[in-house]
Design a protein around this ligand. Structure first.
Ligand code: EPU
Length: 419
């Protein structure tokens, strides 16, 4: 298993090009199942999660061609059951359910198991399919949804944790070919949902309101092929902003959408960093004084759960007491024990981490537990004294395109050691 060695103490300076969004690209690739015609998706990041999705689409019968950031998919004939051995590797595989149900009125995938960041049920996705007229059966570890026909309906996707991002996408993808009007209340407002709706509309769907709590869909008879460029990855961008905050003299992010990052730039400014926005570029510089923060993760437009671990890495060495509350996945704190092994002073009280900033972290061998936790450990390594060894880096390759090369181009010293 590969590991990453981070030599601490290097200053970062320069600019980095942000890749296309993983969490946008995954459902968009699944949405190509909705038409027999070819679709071309560009700015698709080169990540293992994307590879899994393309493998699933290939197994379902799609013709898939890939060249650098471009993917061409033609789903002329499709089967309706996604194979377990690939589905089990990636929870986002569930987003083939919606388009298969929409097109073929039937879909089977294995039920996603628990995940290190929490329970991760799909009850809201299934509730949405049922409202459209589908029957849901769970047997042998698989979930099967089938319907004689789909009819538009009013559906609420609200939960105790806000809404559901992939659930909103899944229901939207099933509803575009349903008869009549569907209204989704309590829809997720994330930019990735808007990106998916834009792609579906480019395919001939009639979706309004994506990006707000209420999405209205007028069903159409069929969709056609379309081309689409995936939006920039706001979480990769946020991670590089935090890298700049931790070790940067001046770090610029290129090819981003600054408004998607406000939920991260606002707390960073409050923590004392100088942030300059110029078109599709954002620059972060150290300010006069670093300050501790109080943050709570929330669905968009709140502070993203996918940035919580990285922010903990920054606050671990920020003087004063910071308080970080995780509201979306209340158990998503696997990074805390590892940060403590590097000298961080963090006390967990239920879904809240109380972080007392220490002057310096020290290097240690640490274990990555999930994608964002592994990013946080690399960020901690940038500022630690000595060489931090991050094990199980396959987690980081699921969601960051060449993170080691990009950080090295900014002046970091990171080695990837092949096992
Ligand atoms: N939830 C339910 N029932 C459901 C679905 C969700 O109770 O049917 C709960 C979840 O347990 C959680 C909350 O609702 O407490 C939000 O979960 P959501 O469904 O929004 O998560 P997701 O769509 O499965 C996406 C991202 C995650 C990101 C979350 C929240 C993708 C592929 N994944 O997951 O990204 O953390 O939204 O923003 O888009 C990551 O990139 O590292 C990652 C985990």
């Amino acid at each position: 298993m590969d590991k990453i060695l981070v030599h601490g103490g290097r200053r970062l300076r320069g600019s980095v090009r942000i890749s296309g969004s993983k969490n946008s690209a995954l459902p968009i690739l699944a949405a190509t199942l909705l038409t027999k015609e070819p679709c071309t998706i560009t700015r698709v990041p080169d990540l293992s999660d994307i590879h899994y999705m393309l493998t699933i689409l290939g197994e379902l019968g799609c013709e898939v061609e890939r060249a650098s950031g471009m993917v061409q998919i033609r789903a002329e004939h499709v089967s309706t059951a996604a194979p377990y051995d690939i589905v089990r590797k990636m929870r986002a595989s569930v987003c083939v359910l919606g388009p298969l149900l929409g097109r073929e009125l039937e879909a089977t995938v294995s039920l996603p198991g628990g995940c290190v960041i929490g329970d991760r049920p799909i009850d809201l996705h299934l509730r949405g399919f049922e409202a459209l007229g589908a029957t849901v059966r769970v047997a042998g570890g698989n979930v099967k949804v089938l319907a004689p026909k789909l009819r538009g309906a009013r559906i609420s996707l609200r939960s105790n944790f806000g809404s559901t991002v992939l659930g909103t996408g899944n229901v939207m993808m099933a509803a575009v070919l349903a008869e009549g009007e569907t209204v989704i209340d309590g829809a997720a407002e994330e930019p990735e949902v808007v990106d998916l709706a834009n792609f579906l509309n480019a395919m001939g769907a009639k979706i309004e309101g994506a990006g707000s709590r209420t999405i209205t869909i007028q069903g159409v008879k069929e969709l056609h092929g379309a081309n689409h460029e995936v939006i920039p990855d706001r979480i990769e961008a946020g991670t590089f902003l935090v890298a700049g905050a931790i070790s940067g003299d001046e770090v610029a992010l290129q090819r981003i959408q600054p408004e998607h990052l406000r939920t991260v730039t606002e707390p960073l400014a409050e923590a004392g960093f100088e942030i300059l926005s110029n078109g599709s570029q954002l620059t972060i510089r150290p300010g006069a004084q670093r300050r501790p923060l109080k943050i709570s993760t929330m669905p968009y437009p709140g502070f993203p759960t996918d940035m919580q671990a990285q922010m903990c890495a920054l606050l671990a060495s920020t003087g004063g007491i910071s308080v970080v509350t995780e509201n979306v996945f209340p158990n998503r704190f696997m990074h805390v024990a590892e940060l403590k092994r590097m000298g961080a002073d963090i006390a967990l009280q239920g879904p809240t981490a109380v972080i007392t900033g220490v002057p310096k972290l020290s290097a240690a061998p640490v274990m990555a537990s999930d994608l964002r936790a592994s990013a946080a450990l690399v960020l901690a390594g940038l500022q630690a004294e000595g060489v931090t060894e991050v094990n199980r880096v396959y987690h980081i390759d699921r969601g960051y395109e060449s993170i080691d090369e990009k950080l090295n181009a900014l002046g970091a010293q990171i080695e990837r050691v092949k096992a």
